[in-house]
Ligand binder design. Structure first.
Ligand code: ADP
Ligand code: MG
Length: 316
């Protein structure tokens, strides 16, 4: 008997790879299959919406592990919800694919659904088209009315906190590019599989004054809080938490600025009024203080440092 390979149609593709997960979130009224998904927003809540696109050769290379790509596409969007203090409920996915590569699609959606399941997020719709590989994910979350954490509301005197260590993802990228490191596993894991700080975002919502997630590096992202809040800040390098591996990298290379500039850490950077600091209910470190005078002043060993670096910008 000769088996003839039947090319997958757009609809069987959707059925096989995107509609395979049962809806689990109580906000989902209608999932994949109709012209729109339907979400219910409980009284007293607002819908937080964010979207991120990943383009081949810009955000990843053709040989990237598709599982990690699916995971990370969702992780970066959930991180945006986390930084606003929103609880993720649902996502939509727009995929432009150069070809139908089933093992690739299986692995990509496995990575995506692994993280979606962890946060009870439903894939409720999307679009599938052919063309140069481009992946766009939109994530939606719930936040109590007026409670969303913004970039524009930091005040002079507020203390600046970070949820975790910096530079690990940056080191992971350097390792991928050929840097030799005796124990590369944790840095590579941080680069490929960042854990969005969703539970931390929800916990700081009641007392933090401003918040941002670190996708482009601390200096660039904290800079957004400072610009939008019309304030400045002082930070001390010695207060920035660094992993053993990142410390070793700095000792070997002298490149101490890397953890402040490198992107992809997806930690939260947030500000708190000093009188609210005793409310802190998550693991975090204070790295500095918001000041009235605009600009970011970075001190290392008591000496103010020149900083001119900015994060990655498209079209520049
Ligand atoms: P329409 O033509 O009405 O936009 P489509 O034919 O594009 O609908 O898609 C059919 C259904 O499959 C819709 O519910 C759509 O949201 C869903 N869908 C299409 N592509 C994807 C995808 N990549 N991920 C999730 N759902 C998808
Ligand atoms: Mg469509």
């Amino acid at each position: 008997m000769v088996l003839i390979e039947v090319p997958l149609t757009e609809f069987s593709l959707i059925e096989r790879y995107f509609a395979r997960q049962q809806a689990v979130n109580t906000s989902t009224v209608l999932g994949i299959g109709d012209d729109c998904g339907l979400l219910s927003v409980p009284p007293g809540y607002q819908l937080a919406v964010t979207t991120d696109t990943m383009v081949e050769k810009v955000h990843f290379f053709a040989d990237v592990d598709p599982w990690s790509l699916g995971y990370k596409l969702l992780a970066v969007n959930l991180s945006d919800l986390a930084s606003m203090g929103a609880k993720p409920i649902a996502i939509t996915l727009a995929m432009t694919l150069p070809e139908v590569n089933e093992p690739w699609l299986k692995s990509f959606t496995d990575g995506l659904f692994a993280l979606a399941g962890q946060f009870s997020v439903d894939l409720i719709g999307g679009d599938t088209t052919s063309g140069a590989l481009t992946l766009t994910l939109q994530a939606m979350g719930l936040v109590a009315k007026g409670k969303a954490l913004k970039r524009s509301t930091a005040n002079p005197g507020d203390l600046i906190f970070l949820t975790g260590s910096l530079g690990d993802a940056g080191l992971g990228l350097k390792i991928k590019q050929g840097y030799h490191c005796t124990s590369p596993e944790s840095a590579l894991e941080r680069f490929d599989k960042p854990l969005p700080r969703v539970s931390e975002g929800l916990k700081i919502c009641d007392y933090a004054t401003a918040c941002i997630d670190l996708s482009d590096g601390l200096l660039a992202d904290l800079g957004h809080i400072l610009d939008q809040s019309n304030v400045g800040a002082i930070i001390n390098f010695s207060d920035v938490p660094l992993s053993t591996e990142v410390k070793k990298y700095i000792a070997a290379s002298g490149d101490w600025q890397m953890p402040l500039i490198a992107g992809d850490d997806y930690e939260l950077c947030f500000t708190v009024h000093p009188q609210q600091a005793r409310q802190l209910n998550i693991a975090c470190c204070q790295i500095g203080v918001i000041q009235q005078e605009p600009g970011l002043r970075l001190f290392k060993s008591g000496v103010q440092q020149q900083i001119s670096v900015k994060g990655f910008e498209h079209f520049s």
